[in-house]
Every structure is written in C-alpha cells, then in structure tokens.
Write a protein that binds this ligand. Structure first.
Ligand code: UDP
Length: 488
C-alpha cells in the first residue's frame, strides 16, 4: 500500500516574504525557482519515504514539498509500506550500521525480504511515476524500490541519506555493502555533510545540509508577552498575573527532590527569565552527552566556591545564580527509542546524588510530546531564555538543535561532532568542546562564555546570520532545485 501524502496548509512564500529580513531570501528563491522550474518542464518530482509522521524526514518534507509546488514545480510525496515486519527490522539495522553501531549481521533472508518488499513497492510506484520524472528516495527503506524503478523506466533517481558517519568500521562496511547494488543505479546520492560520503559513492555525491523553518512553532519569533505566555502555560513560569491563553494540555515536568516529576514551577519557579541559563535540549540519548555536561556544570559551580576571590564581583554572582536546564522529549512519546528512559533514569540518579546546593541549580525537564505544537513552543521558549545553548554530543548526524538555537541568536557551545563542527564556526558563532566527556574543559568553556556578555551577543548575532545564509528552508529548496535541474 502506497500512501500519497497531502500536505497540510502552512505559510505561503508571501507569508515568509512579509517579514522584511526573510524577503530577500524568498526573492532569491523565487528568481532561481522561475529559471530552474522552466528547465524541468512538466516533470514531477517524487519524494519517497517510509513514514509521513515522526522523525526528521517527516518534519522537513512538508515545507520543502509545499515550497517546490508554490514555485511551480509539480512535487508529490509518497510513502511506501509493507506488512513484512522483518523488512523494517532489517532497515532499522541498516540505519544503525550506517551510524557505525550494532552487530554487522545482515543475512540472506534480510536480502530476500528487502528485495521482495522493494519489488512490491516498485510496482505500485510505477502506477504513478511517468517517464522523465525525478524520484528522490529518502534513507534506506525506499532505496531498493526506486532503484528497481530506475532499471525499468527512463527516470532520474536521487538517493538522500539523512544519516552518516565520518569513518569506516565493520558496521558501516556491512551497511554500504548491502545497499551498494541498489545505489549504483542512482544518478546522484545526497548527504548532509561531506565526510559522510562513503568512498565508492564519492563520484556521484552531492551535499545538502538539513534546514529549519523560521515560521514553525519551534523557530518563530516569540515577542515578550508570547514568550512569558508559553512559559506560564507550560508551567515553566509561575503565573503571577492573569493570562490570555489557556494552560497547555500537559505541563513541562521537572525532577523534584524526592525523585518524582511534577510541573516545572515546583518546588519554585525555575527562574528562566532572571538567571543566567545554560541549556541543552535534545532527545534523552547517551550520545547527546547530557551526563558529562552535568558534570561540567557541577565543576563550574565548584570553581565559584574555590576561586571566589579571583572572580570579579559581577562574574562571581553570575556563576552563583546560574542554572543548568537539561531538557528532553518525554521518552514515552518517542517511538523506536527504548534507550530514552534508561538515559533519563541515569540523569535522574545523577541529579539526586548532587550536593543539595548545586542540585537546586540543575533543572531536569521532561517535555511532553502529546501535542507537537506545545512541545515545539516549549523548546522555542527555553532556547530563547538561554545565555548559552550547549549541544555536548559525542556523535551527531547534523544537530538541528544547534541551528535552532543559532537562529534565535543564542551563542552556542557545541563539540567536534561532525554535524556541529559543520555549523558552528568557533570564535565566530560560538565555541567547540574538544572532548565532550571532559568536565574540566566544559567548565572552562562555559566559564569563558558566561564571563563575556558582549562576546556572547556578537556570537549570537553571527550565529543567526549563519543560519539565515546556510540552514533555512529556502536555501534547502534552492539546493534541491539546482540538483534536480542539472539532471534534466
Ligand atoms: N526536540 C523536540 N522536542 C523535545 C526535544 C527535542 O522537538 O522535547 C527536537 C529538537 O528541537 C530538534 C530535534 O528534536 O529539532 C532533534 O534533532 P537533532 O538533529 O538535534 O538530533 P536527533 O534527535 O535527530 O539526533
């Protein structure tokens, strides 16, 4: 069963252009769009993925498809499917192997199942796709089906990998070995970062980084009243005045002293609007480096006690009242991520084990996923309240959280993880931690950034500019148009 996805109405290009700072980006896209759409003639671009909900691909595609359509390029999004559970187990394994994780153990049955499901999907795709069309397969699941289609019909085919690793190991070799016979059919393969391209695919590889939507709930501007409204609705701020909007369906949950979770304004308001706030928002995943970041923050607090006399009065006070916010999506709301609860439990135990004076300044938050809109607004508001946004990842596919914070003019402290290194220019938009497990280094770099408010402001402005130039959805659509038109 193939699903043709209807895109819900979102902002139009005119809505984006109405914001003066976005207008030139939209104008550029429109000009290029007119030129390139002409070259495409009446061809359809088909985006083929394996899910329409959940995950980064499903989050990004609606905007890209809608913008291409508005530019006059006929674009459709189709989702392949199968009742064969083993197909999804195998493709999940391939996904992990491309990340360099898991046991390289794809066998003849995996190959047979992958081939059979690809064949079934290819036949359904063939009922819709016409000769001359351009078909873009996202990630390993639809790679086989589109490859088979390309063998039979005169189409252009592109494979888009949303994942990668900057080195080889047995796991990655197994995954690329499995996919290689299918990928050789493609005209182009697309990766997010140069160093993810495996050697045999280098010749036909192109780079298109992910992008964010500046008008989404996650990234749109939040004027002061709206910001405080979101914080109050989410229980991240104590309601001291009458409020225009209703409480959110579910409040942000904060770790309490006795070990349970309660709405975040208990036991007292977390102080997001008043204190220097160091934040990391991510999925609760070991590779995101929450635990070493917590250790780094503790080291920073200990430094205040030991070196008080060496600090200026202002900076001493700043460190004394600073708080660390560790926020992650509720693991119960993130499907196929069983590790999330474990990581949250570890973090909970680590927080409860802290010296009570330091524990008071660590706010561990679980952000409910019941409403995607409310969750996105919480992430948006928390990032905007931050003096420094940290992404202490040990490994990172790209790290949209960095682009999201940078767009909000937050100075960012990332790591040398490939995706973060690609986005953050150290000393221009933020800093980079060399060893995300080194608490001393984290403390030193946090201290440096907190001590320098002017530098933080400059880095924040630069960061926003960088995202405007490289990582907004307009640029991504432009990159897709260029690539597709080169093939036609
Ligand atoms: N995120 C979210 N709600 C949360 C926590 C995280 O929507 O409660 C989002 C975050 O804003 C970002 C995405 O999850 O857009 C994570 O993407 P990223 O590329 O940073 O890492 P991934 O989770 O894909 O490894």
């Amino acid at each position: 069963m193939l699903q043709l996805v209807e895109i819900a109405r979102g902002p139009s290009l005119d809505d984006y252009a109405a914001q003066v700072h976005l207008a030139p980006l939209v104008a550029d896209l429109r000009a290029e769009g007119r030129r390139l759409a002409g070259q495409l003639g009446g061809r359809t671009i088909w985006m083929v993925s394996s899910t329409a909900t959940g995950g980064g691909v499903a989050e990004m595609l609606p905007r890209v498809v809608a913008m291409l359509c508005e530019l006059g390029v006929h674009t459709r999004w189709v989702v392949i499917g199968s009742d064969e559970q083993r197909f999804f187990t195998a493709t999940k394994q391939i996904h992990n192997l491309i990340h360099g994780a898991g046991v390289p153990r794809l066998d003849a049955t995996d190959r047979a199942v992958y081939e059979a499901v690809s064949l079934a999907n290819e036949q359904m795709l063939a009922e819709h796709v016409r000769p001359g069309d351009v078909v873009i397969a996202h990630d390993p699941q639809p790679a086989g089906a589109v490859s088979l289609l390309k063998r039979r019909y005169p189409i252009r085919a592109i494979w888009r990998s949303h994942i990668g690793l900057d080195r080889e190991n047995d796991a990655t070799r197994e995954a690329w070995g499995f996919l290689h016979p299918w990928l050789t059919e493609y005209d182009r393969v697309v990766f997010s970062v140069e160093s993810y391209v495996p050697e045999p695919l280098r010749r036909c590889a192109r780079i298109i980084p992910p992008a964010i939507d500046p008008l989404s709930h996650k990234n749109r501007e939040l004027p002061v009243h709206k910001l405080t409204g979101v914080l109050t609705s989410a229980s991240l701020l104590a309601p001291t005045h009458p409020q225009l909007t209703d409480r959110f369906e579910t409040a942000a949950q904060r770790l309490q002293d006795e070990g349970g979770f309660a709405p975040a304004m208990y036991p007292e308001d977390p102080g997001l609007l008043f204190r220097p706030i160091v934040t990391q928002v991510s999925r609760f995943d070991r590779l995101k480096g929450f635990l070493p970041l917590l250790r780094g923050f503790v080291r920073l607090k200990e430094m205040v006690r030991k070196q008080r006399t060496n600090l200026t009065r202002r900076h001493g006070r700043r460190l004394e009242i600073a708080r660390l916010v560790l926020a992650g999506s509720d693991p119960r709301g993130v499907r196929d991520d069983p590790e999330g609860q474990e990581v949250l439990d570890e973090l909970t135990a680590a927080c409860l084990g802290l010296d009570p004076e330091i524990r008071r300044d660590v706010v561990l938050l679980v952000l409910p996923m019941v409403s995607r809109k409310e969750n996105a607004l919480m992430v948006n508001a928390i990032q905007r309240c931050s003096s420094v946004v940290v992404q202490n990842s040990l490994q990172e596919g790209f790290g949209l959280t960095a682009a999201e914070a940078m767009w909000k003019s937050c100075p960012i402290l990332g790591t040398q993880a490939v995706g973060l290194r690609a986005q953050i220019r150290p000393g221009v938009d933020g800093g980079l931690i060399d060893d995300p497990e080194d608490a001393d280094e984290i403390a030193t770099k946090l201290n440096f950034m907190l001590a320098a408010p002017k530098t933080r402001t400059t880095w924040g402005e630069n960061a926003r500019r960088r995202v405007a130039e490289e990582y907004l959805v307009f640029r991504q659509v432009h990159r897709w148009l260029c690539l597709v038109s080169q093939l036609c």
